[in-house]
Design a protein around this ligand. Structure first.
Ligand code: GRG
Length: 299
């Protein structure tokens, strides 16, 4: 993923900064039980595609923001994303053994520590957002970003998505319901990623509107491609089990529209995302390239 020749070096450089930020924000091992520390790190490193924090940093760069103002949101969102994967893999939820080509957290550390490390990552995200970027003058920015990310992580955000996803298993569903599930389960955190990056860059309401439209479109496109990969991908490339959606009779785009129509829908959404940001600063093509890479991803 994210292999556009124009952006590849820039994205690699941003990724390294995100990793350094995650390292910096993790609590010092002398203040946290060693087992908990290991479980938290296990979910963050080496990590996955880092799509969400890359989006935060790319949105900030596109709007001429200072990197130091966007890094806290980028890292907090990756921590929330990581917690949601740990909890989603649990026996009470998707009951998965494999994540990113390795044993899931509960298979590695046991269920109790996996749950607690997820809780700790979620709390750490809000500790970061409450304190960073530091300084009294950044107080209003901290509050705005905190609100956006808290909403995405809330009972009206990804948790609603997870509950809707669970409750729709094996049930008939409409396209409208499916879009609602995907928007909550996946879209809101992706949208919060770009919006918080734009806020860190001091975006005005017009720019934020374009960024939101971009985030909504790529959020849905990303989940449609995820649904497609569950049907067409392999465990080797994805690093997780495949065919789960059909086995659990989940609400997905391939189940509703078939593979071809789902691919076309994802393509149209990516085009819509690209259109939404075409008038933003032309200084970097990062957001455009990330949108394009969503269609090409293999994991
Ligand atoms: C709060 C338990 C809980 C769940 C909230 C986010 C979520 C809902 C569940 C996680 C499982 C899932 C299938 C979410 C949909 C979003 C998605 C496709 C996640 C995988 O994201 P990637 O591909 O992961 O960006 P990497 O491994 O690259 O970080």
């Amino acid at each position: 993923m994210l292999d556009s020749p124009q952006s590849v070096d820039e994205l690699q450089e941003i990724r390294a900064r995100i990793d350094a930020g995650l390292e910096r924000f993790l609590p010092s091992p002398d203040r946290v039980p060693e087992s908990l520390c290991r479980a938290m790190r296990y979910s963050l490193f080496p990590g996955g595609k880092r799509l969400r924090p890359l989006l935060t940093m790319a949105a900030s760069r596109t709007l001429g923001g200072k990197e130091s103002l966007a890094i806290p949101a980028a890292c907090a969102i990756e921590m929330i994303h990581s917690y949601s994967l740990v909890h989603d893999d649990l026996p009470a939820m998707d009951n998965d053994d494999l994540r990113r080509g390795r044993p899931t957290s509960h298979r590695k550390f046991g269920e109790a520590l996996a749950i607690l490390s997820g809780d700790a990552l979620l709390s750490l995200a809000f500790q970061i957002l409450a304190r960073h970027p530091e300084g009294e003058s950044n107080g209003p920015l901290r509050l705005r970003v905190l609100q956006v990310i808290a909403d995405a992580a809330s009972a009206e955000g990804i948790i609603a998505g997870q509950v809707m996803d669970m409750e729709t298993e094996g049930q008939p569903f409409t396209e409208q319901k499916l879009v609602e599930i995907h928007r909550h389960k996946t879209g809101v955190l992706i949208n919060a990623s770009v919006v918080s990056g734009a806020m860190a860059a001091g975006a005005d309401e017009t720019a934020l509107g374009h960024i939101r439209a971009y985030g909504e479109a790529i959020g849905l496109a990303f989940q449609i491609v995820d649904d497609l990969l569950d049907v067409e991908g392999t465990t080797e490339t994805l690093g997780k089990s495949t065919g789960k959606d059909a086995r659990a009779a989940k609400a997905t785009f391939p189940a509703l529209l078939g593979l071809e129509a789902s691919r076309r829908r994802a393509g149209r959404l990516v085009e819509r995302a690209r259109q939404a940001i075409r008038h933003l600063s032309p200084g970097t093509t990062l957001l455009d390239d990330i949108a394009g890479s969503i269609l090409k991803r293999t994991h």
